[in-house]
Design a protein around this ligand. Structure first.
Ligand SMILES: [Zn+2]
Length: 388
């Protein structure tokens, strides 16, 4: 299989709200069928505009804060300011949809299963096939998002301040009124910037091809599936499951559905224990990389040390090198870790080059791909499976 040629076909913008994501799913299924590899499709309710809807809802709530500051109503200010926090935490940290179900469509996870006769373990490999374009690049975005906690707290303090101004005549001076309204206005402008960060991509014409995030990973797992099917990987007593997720860039939603439905409630207590190797940013320049933590806002879970050691041994066998340690990431492995399933995400450092930056942007197209690294990851995963 010519991995680079398949990646060239895959590397087109395929955001979750577009028809291109269905076309990509169909392309993947067509390839698997043409190689005589059985697969199942797991459908789920996909909320393709999650960030956009949450972003604009936060902006709207900040406008309510401004309105009630002008009207000098402390309790409605408090309710609107608290609603911003509730929305952000429930939607993003706890995956409880509030505004994102306003627009839904059907998402598809594609599952390939190679069962072992006397399986003693299940090795799951995963990669998401959707892509994303963001309004700000990662540096601009970080500059904007870093003030979210401060803006959230200021919104809450606004209600207290307006309450104090109503109680004490000395705080009712016109200059303070103007300053208070200006601050509330500045907060609304700020939440407007956050909304652009979350949902401003609808105004952009240039789109990320998602070549390295995460086309390279998808191609690597396609090649792995073909290698297993054609007997080039000795899977032994390991059942190997390869999953292509949708909805990663808006949640991650596909993997949340998969973990719930595929493993059920007692994921960590199965008689055939499962583990996950998730692939992100595979096929750019640089050394193999693993991320040490996975999380969103509050809790960051450590990725699995046992899997890391096995992957490190496999990578050493292929290249003579040890993996680099990355920081934290938010991706599909999160739901496995939260369910008590050992998991880790690996990819490539991107150095020399843009490293972990320059994704969700036009800079993530084919000229960023390092074909040698695609091939090396394929060999490393084979060695990893055979190492059990
Ligand atoms: Zn990704």
């Amino acid at each position: 299989m010519d991995m680079f040629a398949v990646l060239e076909k895959l590397a087109v913008p395929r955001p979750n709200h577009s028809e291109a994501v269905e076309k990509t799913a169909a392309y993947l299924q067509g390839l698997l069928s043409s190689w005589d590899i059985p697969f199942t499709v797991q459908e789920f309710v996909l909320r393709p505009y999650q960030q956009l809807l949450v972003g604009y809802a936060c902006f709207f709530l900040s406008l309510l804060v401004l309105l009630f500051v002008i009207k000098r109503k402390p309790l409605p200010i408090l309710i609107s300011a608290v609603a911003i926090w509730v929305l952000l935490f429930l939607e993003f940290e706890y995956f409880i949809p509030l505004v994102s179900p306003l627009i839904t469509k059907t998402g598809q996870n594609i599952i390939v299963n190679f069962p072992a006769a006397d399986a003693v373990r299940e090795l799951v490999f995963a990669a998401h096939y959707d892509s994303k374009t963001d309004f700000f690049d990662h540096i601009e975005r970080a500059k904007v998002y870093r003030f979210i906690p401060i803006a959230g707290v200021l919104g809450l303090l606004m209600s207290l301040w307006v309450l104090l101004r109503k109680k004490f005549a000395s705080l009712g001076r016109p200059a303070l009124s103007i300053a208070t309204v200006c601050l509330a206005g500045a907060l609304s402008v700020y939440w407007g910037l956050v909304a652009l960060g979350f949902g401003g991509y609808i105004f952009l014409s240039g789109q990320s091809c998602g070549a390295v995030d995460n086309g390279g990973a998808v191609v690597t797992l396609l090649a792995l599936a073909k290698d297993i099917r054609e007997g080039r990987v000795k899977t032994g007593k390991s059942t190997v499951t390869i999953v292509f997720f949708a909805g990663e860039e808006v949640g991650p939603q596909g993997s949340r559905h998969f973990v719930k439905k595929y493993f059920g409630e007692d994921a960590a207590k199965r008689t055939v224990p499962a583990s996950l190797v998730n692939l992100e940013l595979v096929g750019q320049n640089g050394n193999m990389l693993y991320w040490t933590k996975n999380g969103i806002f509050l809790s960051f879970l450590a990725t699995d040390a046992g899997l890391r050691a096995r992957l490190d041994a496999a990578w050493k066998g292929v290249s003579g090198k040890t993996m680099d340690a990355g920081g934290s990431i938010t991706d599909d492995a999160l739901h496995f870790l939260r369910a008590g399933i050992p998991a880790i995400t690996v990819g490539h450092t991107g150095i020399p080059g843009l490293g972990e930056g320059g994704f969700h942007d036009v800079t993530d197209c084919m000229d960023r791909v390092n074909p040698d690294n695609l091939y090396l990851m394929r060999r490393t995963l084979k060695k990893y499976i055979e190492g059990y």
